[in-house]
Design a protein around this ligand. Structure first.
Ligand code: PEP
Ligand code: MN
Length: 344
């Protein structure tokens, strides 16, 4: 349910409305838009339906949100969500998050070398996995906490916000100490306990689309995080399973304008995992920006043949620099900006 407040509703009235909502056993989220202030009312469906919200002073209208995702919807918030993810880098609302780095953190020297190259090329967020969700238990699983420490040190040294994957609710506290952004990988998009746990933090979350997840599934997972109080969710398209094995996954680029019509949340595209083929990454990166994406996520390695994970899809630093040049031009054409990270 969305409550539309009367224009000029006082803060006192708003507090009274919020208190009433709580009295009905429901929760609220306030969205202060340019034109109107809205209150999203969430809770058990029967309770929401039966609460006499219209009768509270200051309430102009009560609207039912037909979609199952509420706080993630454009109805709840008309303006694009935009927020700082660290070092002054804003993602959303015309400001692009350019995420780059290796699939896995393998050591400090390797990460520093990659990070320097992507930062010089224009990337504004450094990525690297310390806990890797590998299909095989015999594949490289990541450096764990040691990897997190390395990522933090390199991020601090280069003044870049960092993103790393969290796979389990029990890791949230530990990873929270080191990262600026939590990544929830495709394999965990519907790990509802994990979504709830990161929802209790106020760190930005990069939520990747599950490989067999619909757009609605993705938005419902985002809703879990939002409903638990964390408003800083970035969605990420990383390709879905298809019958065609000529690419690693099928990049659903139409999902970008599709989701942006349904939701105010930023959307980033990951052509690395979507295509699995370095030569397809540049054209898909340019297309992603043109399609309205709020950023692009690319895996880069200085020696892909030595990479512990996903080397076959990594771009070399000079290839990344080339695609960044192209993305900067497309961004300019569509009036988007790529913020440079600065001291926190
Ligand atoms: C990754 O980012 O390295 C990763 C494992 O991605 P995904 O969850 O999209 O497969
Ligand atoms: Mn990877």
């Amino acid at each position: 349910m969305i409550i539309v407040l009367k224009p000029g509703c006082s803060e006192e009235q708003i507090s009274h409305i919020l208190a009433k909502i709580e009295e009905f056993g429901l929760r609220h989220e306030v969205s202060r838009g340019v034109k109107r202030t809205l209150i999203g009312v969430i809770g058990e469906e029967d309770l929401v339906r039966n609460a006499p919200l219209k009768a509270i002073p200051g309430v102009e209208e009560v609207m039912t949100v037909l979609k199952p995702f509420k706080l993630a919807s454009r109805e709840f918030q008309e303006e694009d969500s935009a927020f700082d993810v660290g070092c002054g880098v804003t993602v959303g609302g015309g400001s692009l998050g350019m995420i780059a780095g290796p699939c896995a953190i393998e050591g400090e020297d390797v990460l520093l070398e990659i990070a320097r190259s992507v930062k010089a090329a224009g990337a504004n967020i450094l990525r690297g996995g310390a806990f890797k969700p590998r299909t095989s238990p015999y594949s490289y699983q990541g450096l764990g906490e040691e990897g997190l420490k390395i990522l933090r040190r390199v991020g601090d040294e280069l003044q870049m916000p960092v993103v790393t994957e969290v796979m389990d609710p029990r890791q949230v506290e530990l990873i929270d100490k080191y990262t600026d952004i939590f990544q929830i990988g495709a394999r965990n998009m519907q790990n509802f306990n994990l979504l709830t746990e990161v929802g209790h933090t106020n760190r930005p979350v990069l939520l990747k689309r599950g490989m067999s997840a619909t757009v609605q599934d993705l938005l419902m997972s985002a809703e879990y995080i939002l409903a638990n109080g964390n408003k800083r969710v970035i969605l990420c398209e990383r390709g879905i399973k298809s019958f065609d094995s000529s690419t690693r996954n099928l990049l659903d680029l139409a999902m970008v304008p599709n989701v942006k019509g349904l939701s105010h949340l930023p959307v980033i595209v990951d052509p690395s995992h979507a295509t699995g083929r370095p030569e397809l990454i540049p054209p898909m990166s340019l297309a992603a920006i043109a399609a309205g994406a709020d950023g692009v996520h690319i895996e880069v390695h200085c020696r892909p043949e030595e990479a512990m994970s996903d080397g076959q899809q990594a771009l070399l630093p000079n290839q990344y620099a080339d695609v960044m040049q192209g993305m900067m031009q497309v961004a300019q054409m569509f009036k988007r900006t790529i913020p440079k990270p600065s001291k926190n």
